[in-house]
Every structure is written in structure tokens, then in C-alpha cells.
Design a protein around this ligand. Structure first.
Ligand code: HEM
Length: 264
């Protein structure tokens, strides 16, 4: 990263020093709201020194965290526009949950079970990071009868696992949030179910899982609460993917927001 970008990131972080940061907030599990994550995240960086390694770490967390979160959100909206019934159900749920207070409130995000299914299905169908961080085999072993020598580089294709018909019986290429209410209800994405690893697994697993999910939930709920979304007919939406560290939409998603509930 250029020095200019680094300086910008630092000033961004340090300007948040005005937030009330306390060490106890790290340990207080009852405050797991998006703003708690933001405070904790900023606090962690605040305590880091300015060595070049720390600058690199800050830059890495910003880029890894932003890209994956934005990619997931963009695919979620794409699938909702492409599947009007799902859009209708998710929008109705969000509007009902926040009708009384007129805005999306962090503390009530737990009242949106269907939207959580939508996010889960988006992470499965459009696995944002298709290949996990490279691993290296520390000692010789055998996998499925194959000899794997020490030092072998291993790339885990979690996209393929999330689309494998042996584990996903409803057609795996269809967007069906309801699958997570049925036989896939017990499948978890926190690194223990190998058919669904959008955040990886083991010691290199994504450390931003809570922060990332909180950001997606808050943004998606707000987009659905305040706006109706008009776009091309479902069958004409361009679903082409662009392969990189994350798999993003190749074409821009052009939609028209129609304001339904103005911010209060
Ligand atoms: C939907 C959101 C996100 C997804 C799907 C995601 C996914 C991943 C995946 C698959 C990995 C590799 C894990 C492995 O190889 O086992 C990873 C690593 C990482 N993620 Fe995330 N991530 C997300 C959000 C975030 C956020 C918000 C942050 C930071 C605030 C973050 C920070 C990191 C970092 C620093 C690593 C590297 C960990 C290491 O080097 O050991 N991620 N993420």
C-alpha cells in the first residue's frame, strides 16, 4: 500500500479514539452488537504500535474485511432481486420487525430469522473466498490412499464443497434459503462442518466473522427496510462472476431504489 493510503487508514482509526474505549468491553459478551465490534476493532488497532508490520496488518484487515463483506452484500441483493418471492418474504419480515421504531435497530437484528437464512444461503451459493489461505503439510500423511509428502501446499476449495451434490440435496446451484430450515438446519459455518466453510477453519480461520456478519445484517436489513428495489426481469440479471481472491460480480448491479420508509 502507498504511504498515503496507510496514513489515511491510520487517521481514520485514530479519529475514532474519541469513542469510549475500555478494556472491559473486550470481555463483556453481552455487548456483541455491531457498534461493540466497531469499538473493539478500533481499540485493538489503537493499542498497536506504528511499526511497519502493524501498518501492514491494519491494511490487510481493512482490505480483507471490506471486500468480503461488500461482495456478500452485493450477491445477497442480486439473489433477492432474482428471486422475488424470497425478496418479498425477507422485506416483510424486516418491515414488520422495525415498523414500530421506524428504523433498523441493532439490538433487534435477532428478530430476523429469515434474513439470516438469506445471508447463510448467499455465503453458500456465492462463497466469497473460494480457496482458503494456502496450507503447508507439516508431516507426510495419506489422504484417501494418496501419499502427501511433507511440505506439500494445500489449497482447500470451499466453493466446491458448498456446491457438492453429496452434501447439498436440494439442487446445490439454486438459491433456496429454506434449505437451512430443513435438513441443512444443523449445518454451521463456524469451521466444524466441512461442507460449509465460508470463513475457513482451524487456526487460520477468519477472525472477523462476528464483525463481518454484523455489518452484513445491519446493511441488508436497512436496504430492505427503507427501499423497494427495481431491476431487470429476474431471468435477465447478469450473474457472471469475476474470479480473484474474492469472487465478485463481473458486471455492475444496476437497480432503482424506491423509497418506502424514510429515515427518522
Ligand atoms: C462475509 C465476510 C467475511 C468472509 C466470508 C471472510 C472469509 C475469510 C476466509 C475464508 C478467510 C481464510 C480462512 C482460512 O484460510 O481458514 C479469512 C481470513 C481473514 N479474515 Fe475474513 N472474512 C470476512 C470478513 C472479515 C472481516 C470483516 C475482517 C476484519 C475486520 C476479516 C479479517 C480477516 C483476516 C485478518 C484474515 C486472515 C487471518 C489469518 O491470516 O490467519 N474478515 N476470511
Amino acid at each position: 500500500p502507498s504511504r498515503k493510503v496507510q496514513l489515511h487508514l491510520i487517521s481514520l482509526l485514530e479519529n475514532h479514539g474519541g469513542l469510549k474505549l475500555s478494556k472491559t468491553s473486550f470481555l463483556d459478551n453481552e455487548k456483541l452488537s455491531p457498534s461493540w465490534y466497531l469499538r473493539t476493532f478500533v481499540a485493538i488497532f489503537f493499542f498497536l504500535s506504528d511499526s511497519s508490520q502493524c501498518l501492514h496488518a491494519r491494511q490487510e484487515v481493512f482490505s480483507v474485511g471490506n471486500d468480503t463483506t461488500a461482495t456478500t452484500l452485493e450477491w445477497a441483493i442480486t439473489e433477492l432481486v432474482k428471486n422475488p418471492k424470497v425478496m418479498q418474504k425477507a422485506t416483510a419480515e424486516v418491515r414488520q420487525a422495525f415498523e414500530a421504531c421506524g428504523t433498523v435497530a441493532e439490538h433487534a437484528l435477532g428478530k430476523l430469522p429469515y434474513m439470516h437464512l438469506v445471508i447463510r444461503e448467499t455465503l453458500r451459493l456465492h462463497t466469497p473466498v473460494p480457496l482458503l489461505l494456502p496450507r503447508q503439510c507439516q508431516e507426510p500423511c495419506q489422504v484417501l490412499g494418496y501419499d502427501v509428502p511433507r511440505g506439500t501446499h494445500v489449497l482447500v476449495n470451499v466453493w466446491a464443497l458448498a456446491h457438492d451434490e453429496r452434501y447439498w440435496h436440494d439442487p446445490p446451484d439454486e438459491f433456496r434459503p429454506e434449505r437451512f430450515e430443513g435438513e441443512a438446519a444443523v449445518v454451521d459455518f463456524r469451521g466444524t462442518d466441512f461442507s460449509f466453510l465460508p470463513f475457513g477453519a482451524g487456526r487460520r480461520m477468519c477472525p472477523g466473522i462476528g464483525f463481518g456478519l454484523a455489518n452484513i445484517e445491519l446493511a441488508l436489513a436497512s436496504l430492505l427496510f427503507h427501499f423497494d428495489w427495481e431491476g431487470p426481469p429476474p431471468g435477465e440479471i447478469d450473474m457472471a462472476e469475476e474470479f480473484g481472491l474474492t469472487v465478485r460480480r463481473k458486471a455492475d448491479l444496476l437497480l432503482r431504489p424506491v423509497l418506502r420508509v424514510p429515515s427518522q
